[in-house]
Design a protein around this ligand. Structure first.
Ligand code: SAM
Ligand code: SF4
Length: 536
């Protein structure tokens, strides 16, 4: 009988992608994915270390599994990803019942680790080298690439996929743990990326999102000195038949080069959407964060984006309550948000991370209640800006890729067991424009995965509401079949990403507060793990 595995994912798009790949590997090895840890022989957590809150939840979930493990000692519990790399032995001290600790650069060893636990009944640890443990090439090699073949069944849907362009990060923003836990920045060979996107297109994928911590820093240098930049890669991907949309996240402001902006302007399949986190609107804070740009530079960069790419939508991230952030500094951030015209912003309260420069150098001197208040104030400013941005669409017809039932439709069908009051195949659907605006409308289920035209009638700060104008036909004039996934796969213990109306961007699923109220509940839902109840 096949072994059963439960895999819960916390964190950013990288983790969602890693989990898809882990799930594919395990399935190939004969494991069956289950949504309930009670039924699982192997319970895995793919973890995030960007904020303390994400770690606390995992420690709490591990704590709750302690008795379960005592009663079922044959079950294997594993911690994968960034916490595994960061905390290593600390996890075993705090949760000695954990059998496997596997960093994000060692996921290719997971099957071996599982076999070793079964064979020896001893805990297994596989982590990469720390950044200061060896010379760079050696550290780079210890973050092994992990790109098993993709399986469409393991994504939320087969028509959208993340594709990794880089590993790691070299920016070393002082607050951020990513360069330590994900290792040095390494760009993938462009041929590999192109081959993967072709493969995905052959599987019916229509939209790819290229992911890298600073995706626009992508550069692959060949032995003869030739270099491939992100813009060059976009040109190559643009030629792949079947791919209709290409997105890329997340961008570093300093690397927003003209060649990239021109590629976005000139390539119709590349979405006119840029996520370019500013983090703060105050130069003193930006310097402390070591972001390597000033507010004036950032504003000029925004102007350059808008000048080059008419109609581009731009979103941002901000950290409030960073060390030394005064009311005056915060006001400067409010000014930036009030005037920059972001489509949306993701706003985080500063969370000190041991192992970062900020943790070492600066006291965490903004009280929690002040962080919370600043967070809410900034959200309120962004909500006004977003509403104005959304209202521009009223009376227009937009093309969207239909992603699935809206959150409301899920709730309704969960509650009633069917789509009350609608013909059985009609429900409230949600999708996104090329500018990443979320659109909700009523339509038949079989539009999921299709490009359709929707006439926008109303807008909230989070969502556009419309009615179906006309389904867009496939290139051959027939409605395509590949999008006919009626129920999103319940994958990895919870939905890998729930593209519902209230969630503006799947990029960060671990955010504690974002512009969207829905993200908060998503965060809680993803982390409020289905806790295993011990039999009395
Ligand atoms: N690489 C991306 C970039 O540079 O924008 C994002 C990486 S990080 C996983 C996502 C967001 O988390 C960052 O943009 C930042 O706003 C936030 N973040 C990172 N470290 C944080 C910390 N210590 N406390 C609060 N927020 C943090
Ligand atoms: Fe972290 Fe800065 Fe790298 Fe983004 S660019 S991952 S915030 S260090």
């Amino acid at each position: 009988m096949s072994k059963k595995v439960f895999l819960e994912t916390v964190g950013c798009q990288m983790n969602v992608l890693d989990s898809e790949l882990v799930a594919a590997t395990l399935r190939k090895a004969g494991y069956q994915l289950v949504a309930d840890p009670k039924q699982a022989d192997v319970i895995l957590f793919n973890t995030c270390s960007v904020r303390q809150h994400a770690e606390d939840k995992i420690y709490s979930a591990l704590g709750q599994l302690r008795r379960h493990k005592q009663r079922h000692p044959h079950k294997i519990i594993g911690v994968l990803g960034c916490m595994a790399q960061k905390d290593q032995e600390l996890i075993r001290q705090r949760a000695p019942h954990v059998d496997i600790i596997c960093g994000p650069g060692q996921l290719g060893k997971l099957l071996y680790l599982l076999e070793e636990v079964e064979r020896t009944r001893q805990p297994q640890l596989a982590v990469s080298l720390g950044r200061a443990d060896a010379h760079r090439p050696e550290v780079e090699r210890s973050f092994e690439s992990y790109d098993p073949l993709r399986e469409p069944e393991l994504r939320t849907n087969r028509f959208q996929a993340y594709v990794r362009t880089q590993f790691g990060c070299d920016k070393f923003c002082t607050y951020c743990i990513v360069p330590s836990v994900r290792g040095p920045e390494q760009s993938r060979h462009p041929d590999e990326i192109v081959a993967e996107v072709r493969f995905l297109a052959d599987q019916g994928c229509k939209e790819v999102t290229l992911v890298g911590q600073t995706v626009n820093s992508y550069h692959y240098r060949f032995g003869d000195g030739r270099m491939v930049r992100l813009s060059d890669l976009l040109y190559r991907l643009h030629d792949i038949p079947g791919i209709r949309r290409i997105k890329f996240i997340t961008n570093f402001p300093r690397d927003m080069t003209d060649d990239l902006l021109q590629a976005v302007r000139d390539l119709p399949k590349v979405c006119r959407y840029l996520h370019v986190p500013a983090q703060s609107g105050c130069d003193i804070i930006l310097r402390r964060m070591k972001r390597m740009y000033t507010v004036a530079f950032y504003r000029d960069m925004l102007a350059r984006c808008r000048e080059t790419i008419p109609g581009v939508a731009i979103s941002s991230d901000f950290i409030v309550g960073f060390c030394g952030e005064t009311e005056e500094s915060f006001q400067r951030t409010c000014d930036l948000v009030a005037h920059a015209g972001f489509k949306n912003s993701y706003i985080f309260k500063y969370s000190p991370r041991p192992g970062t420069k900020a943790f070492e150098l600066y006291p965490d001197d903004v009280p929690e209640e002040v962080k919370r208040r600043r967070n809410n104030d900034l959200l309120a400013i962004q909500a006004k800006v977003s509403l104005a941005d959304h209202r521009r669409f009223i009376g227009q017809t937009v093309e969207i890729l239909v992603e699935g039932p809206s959150k409301w439709a899920y709730k309704l069908s969960n509650h009633t067991g069917h789509d009350a009051g609608q013909p059985s195949d009609w429900l409230q659907l949600t999708g996104r424009t090329g500018t990443d605006h979320i659109v909700v409308f009523d339509g038949p289920k079989n539009l999921i995965g299709e490009f359709v035209q929707v006439f926008i009638e109303d807008a909230s700060p989070y969502t556009l509401f419309g009615r179906l104008s006309s389904p867009v036909l496939a290139d051959n004039g027939e409605k395509t079949k590949e999008g006919m996934l009626l129920e999103p796969i319940t994958l990895l213990g919870s939905r890998a990403h729930d593209n519902s109306a209230e969630q503006p961007n799947p990029a960060y699923e671990d955010r504690e507060t974002s512009f969207s109220n829905g993200s908060r509940s998503l965060y809680q839902r993803r982390l409020s793990l289905p806790i295993v109840q011990d039999q009395a």
